[in-house]
Design a protein around this ligand. Structure first.
Ligand code: 13P
Ligand code: ZN
Length: 274
């Protein structure tokens, strides 16, 4: 099969373009990765052009031998739809989970996203936690969430509760909550360790003054999660811009009733009295 005709490749490109259209990917901001199913790998194997092994910069033994489709470092999301073979690459991991090699893409050179350690460590945590169901990790520079990291305390409880309150669907869409990583230097192992630790508990991690990571089963659910959190942040920014205090809001018992009817578990640590 021609590489660009595979459904997983088309889905990946559509998601990247949707993120661009939302305004979350200025210049080369943000990155996306998808853990490819075995039968999808076989369907495109004839298109492989295998390159040299390179170190990942961290160790992900749980992902040994897995294949990923990822955005390239320094590549613009804006260009993914018109030149995917320049903007993206498919990579294979070695049997230790310490090295990768490009097997397709990046036709004009380059390497996978500088956030590859964060993507792969998050994939490893999520694959284990969901018996392999989660396949997508998405990093975006979401404007309103970033703005909130300058005015809210950088605590999981505060971000989760404030964003839950802004839209009734939020506790149903991200019932386990949101983690917050304080400002750190991006692009390396340290921030990957901090983020993947939060991903054991949450599907969303905010990077203070930088952006967000979301994890999910497929492109729709992962994009939808990013979109829901960022929309809620936009409402909070608008509310705070009108006046600093709420006249009314969703109360703690309202969340408990919502959880019962929608059959989700909302951890009590987010339902504190204010
Ligand atoms: P890359 O271009 O290396 O993917 O980096 C973009 C980014 O958002 C870094 O956090
Ligand atoms: Zn970034």
């Amino acid at each position: 099969m021609r590489f660009l005709e595979a459904e997983f490749v088309k889905g990946f490109i559509r998601m990247a373009n949707d993120g661009w259209e939302q305004g979350w990917h200025e210049r080369n901001g943000g990155n996306l990765s998808y853990r490819i199913k075995a039968e999808e790998v076989e369907a495109v194997r004839e298109a492989f052009e295998v390159k040299e092994w390179q170190p990942i910069g961290t160790s992900v033994p749980g992902l040994a031998g897995e294949y990923f489709l990822v955005t390239g470092s320094g590549k613009f999301f804006r260009n993914v739809i018109i030149k995917p073979e320049d903007s993206l690459c498919m990579i294979e991991l070695d049997e230790k989970g310490e090295n990768y090699r490009v097997v397709w893409g990046l036709v004009n050179g380059g390497k996978p996203t500088s956030e590859l350690p964060s993507h792969l460590m998050n994939h490893e945590v999520k694959m284990l936690a969901t018996e392999g169901r989660y396949r997508v990790i998405y990093h975006a520079h979401t404007t309103n969430v970033i703005a909130l990291t300058f005015v809210l305390p950088l605590r999981d409880e505060v971000f989760t509760r404030e964003l839950w309150e802004m839209a009734t669907e939020c506790p149903v869409v991200f019932p386990s909550g949101i983690g917050v990583v304080p400002w750190m230097v991006p692009g390396g192992r340290d921030i990957a360790v901090a983020t993947s630790k939060l991903m054991k508990e949450y599907d969303v991690a905010i990077w203070a003054h930088h952006g967000m990571f979301a994890a999910g089963e497929d492109f729709d659910l992962t994009f939808g999660l990013m979109h829901t959190v960022e929309k809620s942040a936009e409402i909070l920014v608008k509310m705070l811009s009108m006046q600093p205090s709420k006249l009314q809001t969703i109360q703690v018992d309202d969340f408990r009733n919502l959880a019962r009817d929608f059959k989700v578990t909302l951890p009590e640590k987010f339902l504190y009295e204010k």
